[in-house]
Design a binder for this molecule. Structure first.
Ligand SMILES: [Zn+2]
Length: 319
């Protein structure tokens, strides 16, 4: 049984009607297969339809995403996932939607008929959808926390699993995060339901929380510890929780009070953030289409801990 509400993610959705008369794509063979990730089972169903890539390539893409989410959360977040891949028009991954089910989750994701393997390798959307599995369902006015977590965590998860370069992750963050800043008339994250405040405003909340948790724990804990704490306390997409409950559980997991007080500051008023100063402090310098890391910057160790996790950055000798 599906819950009535699902999380539709259309951050990069481009409308495209399938032009059957010009399509020379072979038809994908309808297929159902499954694999285990730890104690979880992922069942993949590929619908019949025109697709330029093989089912094997699609499965490689699915494995990358499940590996990224598992690396970040320490385990796959729900016991069962039904993943339905739906061929559609155009090229690239065309939009996904995630639902809670009784025994896990359901993701429906559209893949364009003209998509090549080179178009799946940089895809963020399937990982984004899988991150949604790892947080409880929220009331509509808190949709920003669901999208903010998925937006912020997805590239970090891919870096940690070796599927995205860290420079690219920081470039995208430094390039895009400002979109979530409050505009004149903003009434806070709970009351300003624009696309930018929902996705990138929510991501700013996550970024500020990650920085503050690292600051208060001398880089021993991060937002990842808080989010693992929430999912390990049963807070996955199958559950309807109050936002304040999730944030409290997250703060308990890190041992520092960050998420609840930050929410109080950002929920019903604009909260100004000096992002350029943060990039300087973290030693993230944009240059052309990438970034240069400045290791003498005051928060360079925090940058490494955010990127690779506190334990990994300690053991790899970055500090
Ligand atoms: Zn989403």
């Amino acid at each position: 049984m599906f819950k009535l509400s699902g999380i539709a993610c259309a951050a990069a959705l481009v409308c495209g009607a399938l032009n059957l008369t010009n399509s020379r794509s072979p038809r994908a063979t309808e297929m159902t297969t499954s694999y285990e990730v730890g104690k979880s089972r992922i069942t993949v169903h590929v619908d019949s339809g025109p697709l330029a890539i093989s089912n094997e390539d699609l499965m490689q893409w699915v494995h990358w995403a499940s590996e990224s989410v598992t690396t970040y959360y320490g385990r796959f977040p729900v016991p069962n996932l039904d993943l339905r891949i739906i061929p559609s028009g155009g090229a690239g991954v065309r939009g996904g939607k995630t639902f809670g089910e009784n025994d896990g989750g359901l993701i429906r994701i559209h893949v364009g008929s003209e998509t090549k393997m080179a178009g799946l390798q940089p895809d963020w959307m399937l990982t984004h959808e899988m991150v949604h599995l790892a947080f409880p369902s929220m009331a509509d006015n808190h949709h920003w926390i669901e999208e903010g977590i998925a937006t912020y965590v997805e590239p970090i998860a891919r870096v940690r699993a070796g599927h995205l370069d860290a420079h690219e992750m920081w470039f995208e963050l430094a390039h895009d995060l400002h979109q979530g800043l409050p505009e004149p008339g903003d009434k806070g994250l709970d009351n300003t339901h624009t696309w930018a405040r929902t996705y990138w405003g929510g991501a700013i909340f996550c970024f500020l929380a990650d920085l503050e948790i690292h600051s208060k724990t001398n880089n021993q804990k991060g937002l990842d510890d808080a989010l693992r704490g929430i999912v390990n306390a049963g807070g996955d997409i199958r559950r309807d929780w109050q936002l304040t409950k999730a944030l409290r559980v997250g703060d308990e997991a890190t041992g520092v009070s960050v998420l609840v007080p930050l929410y109080d500051k950002m929920k019903d008023q604009p909260y100004e953030v000096d992002l350029p100063a943060m990039w300087r402090d973290l030693g993230v310098e944009r240059t052309g289409n990438t970034v240069r890391f400045i290791d003498s910057a005051p928060l360079a160790k925090t940058r490494d801990a955010i990127t690779y996790g506190a334990a990994a950055s300690t053991f790899s000798g970055h500090n």
